[in-house]
Design a protein around this ligand. Structure first.
Ligand code: PML
Ligand code: MG
Ligand code: MG
Ligand code: MG
Length: 254
């Protein structure tokens, strides 16, 4: 049996009562891993750079193994840009190449920039008009029930390519699940952690990292999923929130 273990931490109150989002994490693990994992999730929530948490929710839930979908990891590249504005321009170009219309990319980016704080989940944005489609306001759609097949092998695989740290590790797994959704054209993300300036554009063709998508010290960040206009939003949300996905670590080509 496999278990979905998920954590969300907030400050001031629970998320649903208006608390500030501090931290979140998603894993799929076997039963013998749950004790150590939940302990490390609590420690992570308490030592987060976004602030002191006073609400932590950890859910442990069995997942039917036969429902798990396996996905190949997106190919990853890094795009160097001189500064934040060059990084954002390059990210817009990547969104356009993936098929997001320019007014939608602009409107989406404006929404990220206008955030007062970060959100627990992502915004669904029409990839043609830029209109918000999920109707969940400050909550957003939380992508859930995904993990890599083998944490150690994956960390080693990433490190060998110069990709270090937990942000990248978790982000590329999430982005791989999102990019495989029918209806999703592309994702734009930059971190809500003040010390972490990197972000990415992901689509079915790959995960493109940009080391500077926001200035150092800024806590406003999040995720936008650009959607094809004819998409069934209820089905898409169901996939993003509930479909268990295991991303497969690529084989070494030696
Ligand atoms: C987050 O977890 O706050 C977002 C992380 C974005 C990772 C971008 C990267 O370094 O590839
Ligand atoms: Mg998260
Ligand atoms: Mg997060
Ligand atoms: Mg964060």
């Amino acid at each position: 049996m496999i278990y979905s273990v998920r954590m969300r931490a907030a400050q001031g109150a629970a998320h649903e009562d208006g608390g500030r989002h501090i931290s979140g994490a998603e894993r799929l693990v076997s039963r013998d891993q749950i004790g150590a994992l939940t302990q490390s999730m609590v420690e992570r929530a308490f030592s987060h750079s976004r602030g002191q948490t006073d609400f932590i929710n950890i859910t442990v839930e069995a997942v039917a193994t036969e429902n798990i979908r396996r996905l190949e990891l997106l190919p990853m590249t890094t795009v160097a840009a001189a500064d934040v504005s060059a990084g954002r321009a390059a990210a817009k170009a990547a969104l356009a190449a993936a098929g997001v219309k320019s007014p939608a990319a602009d409107a989406g980016m404006e929404r990220l920039l206008a955030l007062k704080d970060s959100m627990r989940g992502a915004m669904l944005i029409c990839g043609v008009t830029g209109q918000r489609l999920d109707g969940t306001d400050g909550r957003g759609i939380r992508v859930s029930r995904m993990d890599i097949d083998d944490q150690n092998r994956f960390a080693a695989w990433l490190e060998k390519r110069g990709f270090t740290g937990i942000h990248i590790r978790e982000a590329v797994v999430l982005a791989t699940k999102v990019a495989a959704a029918s209806g999703v054209i592309a994702e734009l993300c930059w971190s809500d952690d003040p010390e972490y300036t990197a972000g990415y554009v992901a689509s079915a063709s790959g995960y493109m990292r940009f080391p500077q998508l926001k200035p150092y010290g800024v806590m406003q960040g999040g995720r936008l999923f650009f959607i094809r206009p004819e998409t069934n939003i209820t089905e898409l949300m169901h996939y993003l929130e509930t479909q268990p996905v295991l991303v497969v670590t690529p084989e070494e080509a030696e």
